[in-house]
Design a protein around this ligand. Structure first.
Ligand SMILES: Cc1cc2nc3c(=O)[nH]c(=O)nc-3n(C[C@H](O)[C@H](O)[C@H](O)COP(=O)(O)O)c2cc1C
Length: 147
């Protein structure tokens, strides 16, 4: 299956680590969102979309790419790293991808080193995350995508 992982990882490279782990399992191409022509997304059967979470949203660059993406019948999955490491913040992107015609086949979240505001004073929270356990979970997630 022709697969692509599109990510944005601007803070500490947290999401990039997860994106790489997943892409290695899938044998997928790995691209930063700014390298991707939205129309080229039509060439892939499976696409993963991921970034850090900022004020409960995916990075604006990733959301913009999805807005510009043409209607598609691809399979898609969503992943993120964040202070909380929860998937509940995926809902808006999930709906946007579904509105584009994509079938969501999974989502993955883990904690990432977070130095937002006051956290910075003490070196941040989740230092060292994603760690080897998180990346092992990401690889298991990728295997479960059944490609
Ligand atoms: C300005 C700012 C806002 C953030 N907002 C949230 C948030 O709403 N929820 C959360 O769980 N983490 C939040 N974080 C933490 C980031 O999502 C986390 O550090 C993420 O792993 C960064 O990913 P990256 O290194 O791939 O860019 C925020 C961080 C920054 C700098």
């Amino acid at each position: 299956m022709k697969s692509l992982i599109v990510y944005v990882s601007v803070e500490h490279g947290n999401t990039e680590k997860v994106a790489k782990a997943i892409s290695e399992v899938l044998g997928a191409e790995l691209k930063e969102a700014k390298e991707v022509d939205p129309h080229a997304l039509q060439n892939y059967e499976l696409i993963g979309f991921g970034s850090g979470i900022f004020f409960s949203k995916f990075h604006a660059r990733l959301l913009q790419l999805v807005t510009e993406m043409p209607q598609s019948s691809c399979k898609a999955f969503i992943f993120s790293t964040s202070g909380f490491g929860k998937t509940d913040v995926h809902e808006v992107l999930r709906k946007e991808l579904e509105a584009k015609g994509c079938k969501i086949v999974g989502d993955f979240a883990c904690k990432g080193w977070d130095t937002y505001k006051l956290f910075k004073l003490t070196g941040g929270i989740n230092k060292g995350r994603p760690d080897e356990n998180d990346l092992a979970r990401a690889r298991e997630f990728a295997k479960g995508l059944g490609t």
